[in-house]
Design a binder for this molecule. Sequence first.
Ligand SMILES: [Zn+2]
Length: 225
Amino acid sequence: MRKYHGRGLNPRLPPIAASTGVAADCQQPRRTVSCGSSRRNPDIVAHGLWVAAGAEWLRRRKRLTTRGVAGAIALGVAPDLIQTVPVAVWAASTGDDAALLAYIVAVPGGEPPMPAAVATIAHHLRCFMHSAIIAGAVTAVARVVLKRFPFVLLGWWAHIALDVPPHSSAYYAVPIFYPITYCGFGGVAWTTPWLAALNYILLAVAFAWLDRTRDQHHEPRSWPS
Ligand SMILES: [Zn+2]
């Protein structure tokens, strides 16, 4: 099993500059690793749990189908999964499972070497799924076609909204204005221990509150109303 120790092993990818601000981050258009993909960064789990908590809260007030809730949770985690597909296909075709694992757990500067085409596709998939502009366009089309706001899209919106604060300019800033710019906001990196701990403490509080209030009666109304 090969091990990857850093971007320096990959001559096909541009070097990571000392990234201390949004401007520096904007100079790195070839981001290839998902927000939240580090081994110290299991926020894909947190994404799913937050959407599940929100859906449960909403389900008590609106008539939501189980399929809709499942779809919202799936869209809540999909932005961090879809980008791994081209890497997984390439890794499977080459038998290099170590590269896929290295990609999934990478931190900035530690991404494994891979063909430029694979890195580019993964990069744009990540940007596409983390863009408020793209999500807004999809929402607008769905709104026109379906003549309502599809509940499942809340999962996608929740992912983007939850992703912006816990990513910094030096830690995969979320490109919410893609394709206009790769720039994002500089928040506090999710890998900061106190932030990760706080996130899961808040999740525990949210689920405890949901459990405590599960018998409270609400008259669910149709979605949307
Ligand atoms: Zn994400």
